[in-house]
Design a protein around this ligand. Structure first.
Ligand code: NDP
Length: 315
């Protein structure tokens, strides 16, 4: 590890000092440089920790051994058409990622059952809306699309808050205390029993556009959506139409095709849509640096790496 170089593109120049501070403490021998540092010798770069790397740049380092995503998804890396092949790409998953996502989805689900958006509107309008008593979590069926690192944690937290929770995976996966539906053949059955749908799928060819007209039509009228996966999953116009027809009652949307969401987007003004700026699970640099160090340690020892992107599965 002594003398190895880690190149970072995450958080911009302002964040570099913080990254360097954490790595200096955790792994003093590691040389840490910013993405645009003109003095980096390309041949010395062994590791790259990146978010939305400029296309073509990762192919520029002949001794690159690991690509570490600064985020849980890797879509922002795979978008590079000249991405070097055969170099493992490691997703960023930490306990803090699971916890923050669990906090956010639980907050959103409780906001939905207690009609928080309508209460906020009523307050602004000076109305004493004491008819907005909401419903009980325990009478509410939440379906989590994707029971991976985050989906499983979210499902457990929702259950702990009293919700009736089911989940959906690609491959059959019995999980204790959870009703699991698997594959396209079982999706309709799950949707038919859903009051709140949570999207925690990865962005793959099979899942892109999944939150579209066909899916909304299969939900019970008045269901709600919590969209925390990736922007590419959602057909925004289909969601707006489903909201206007009453098929969907409300939505919390944290991820978008274009970020920041353009000011003119209809989503920003819809009274039953809560828009958040991709903050469902933004993890501290400290936690991410710890995770990077544990991956580098495993790599150095020749151990199996955790959370490696699998190109055959697509996630
Ligand atoms: P994982 O890769 O750990 O889990 C993916 C899950 O989705 C698995 O359960 C997998 O099934 C399931 N899945 C994949 N393809 C399909 C399919 N075609 N049909 C049914 N199920 C499928 O992902 P994570 O839990 O780490 O991340 C989930 C999502 O959260 C990602 O989209 C990520 O980008 C997003 N995210 C969003 C953040 C935010 O702030 N908004 C922050 C962090 C992550 P199986 O179990 O069979 O493999």
């Amino acid at each position: 590890m002594q003398g190895d170089t880690l190149l970072i593109k995450s958080g911009g120049a302002a964040a570099l000092t913080e990254w360097q501070h954490h790595f200096a403490r955790l792994l003093p021998g590691l040389r840490v440089y910013g993405w645009d540092d003109p003095f980096v010798d390309a041949r010395s770069v062994k590791y790259a920790l990146v978010y939305q790397p400029d296309h073509g740049r990762l192919a520029h380092y002949p001794r690159l051994r690991l690509i570490l995503s600064a985020a849980a998804g890797v879509d922002h890396i795979l978008a590079d058409p000249t991405l070097p092949v055969g170099i493992p790409i490691v997703r960023m998953v930490t306990d803090e990622t699971r916890e923050r996502m669990s906090d956010f989805v639980t907050l959103s689900a409780l906001a939905i059952v207690r009609d928080l958006p309508s209460l906020v509107v009523a307050q602004r309008e000076g109305r004493w809306a004491n008819e907005l008593t909401g419903r009980l979590a325990r009478d509410t069926r939440v379906s989590v699309l994707g029971l991976g690192e985050l989906g499983r944690a979210v499902a457990a937290r929702l259950q702990a808050n009293g919700f009736q929770v089911s989940g959906w995976t690609r491959t059959p996966k019995p999980l204790p205390n959870l009703r699991v539906f698997a594959g396209a053949a079982q999706l309709d059955a799950l949707l038919a029993e859903t009051d709140i749908l949570v999207n925690l799928l990865p962005d793959t060819l099979a899942t892109r556009g999944i939150l579209g007209r066909g899916l909304f039509a299969r939900l019970p009228p008045g269901a709600s959506l919590i969209q925390v996966g990736r922007g590419a999953h959602l057909d925004t116009q289909a969601m707006l139409d489903a909201l206007d027809s009453g098929r969907l009652r409300s939505a919390v949307v944290d991820v978008f095709d274009i970020e920041p969401l353009p000011p003119e987007s209809a989503l920003r003004r819809h009274p039953r849509v809560l828009v958040t700026p991709h903050i469902a699970s933004t993890v501290s640099y400290a936690a991410r640096a710890r995770q990077v160090v544990s991956v580098l340690d495993a790599h150095r020892r020749g151990e199996a790496l955790p959370f490696v992107y699998d190109a055959v599965r697509g996630y």
